[in-house]
Design a protein around this ligand. Sequence first.
Ligand code: 9D3
Length: 253
Amino acid sequence: MRFHVVTIFPDFFGSILEHGLLKRALAAGEIEIRIHDLREFTDDPHRTVDDRPFGGGPGMVFKPEPIFRAVEQIRADSADPSWPVILLSPQGRLLTQAVAEELARHRGLILICGRYEGVDERVATHLTSDELSIGDYVLSGGELAAAVVMECVTRLVPGVLGNEESAQQDSFGEGQAILDCPHYTRPAEFRGLKVPEVLLSGNHREISRWRRRQSLEKTWRRRPELLAGLSLTAEERAMLEEMERARVTPAPR
Ligand code: 9D3
């Protein structure tokens, strides 16, 4: 998988490439990441990437020419024309695990990071194949979002994760979205806080029942909209009915 990133902050990506999964995948040659400084694709002495919005209003807008030039040069040098060109913007469709799985099927991605108030709309309509947002909150630009896309797509590249950490086991993999159960490690008692007895019991049937119940309860409290997408066993449906009956106040946490 080859990622191209177009940004006005090329240095931003330094540390994320030097840690954890991305570092490992880069070292193993499973992925390549090429960062392109948008200002290199300007042609004026001030290396101007933005301008005032037509129609007036506050803020500045990324000009189309440097972005078109950057993508055209990336394509000419080292990208397949079929690779998606993705604009990271608050107006994009939401990045989900399903979207990441779809992106991971390509051999490469070209990611364009916006900034300021926005990007000239002709970039979205005539250059990019997709526009993605990572969630309903305001960031100052697309750089963090591009890093998020690279991280979650890289985890899906075959060979990047070992068997043990296989992406298939993730709670948001294969359409089964349920929150994870709580985890504990030693000590069995910490400042008077005890690990649930069942986890120390050695009874593996009871342990998996407890974990499933905890997962369901956490999902029911915090992300009830996810429950609709689950295919539940009779036992799990019974657990949920019990929670409803107990009318445990949907509390924070
Ligand atoms: C004034 C209205 N704002 C649009 C909702 C302006 C605006 C806010 C934030 C324009 C650009 C930005 C910068 N954000 C991104 O480029 C961005 C983003 C985000 O803010 N949230 C979630 N995902 C993304 S991906 C890129």
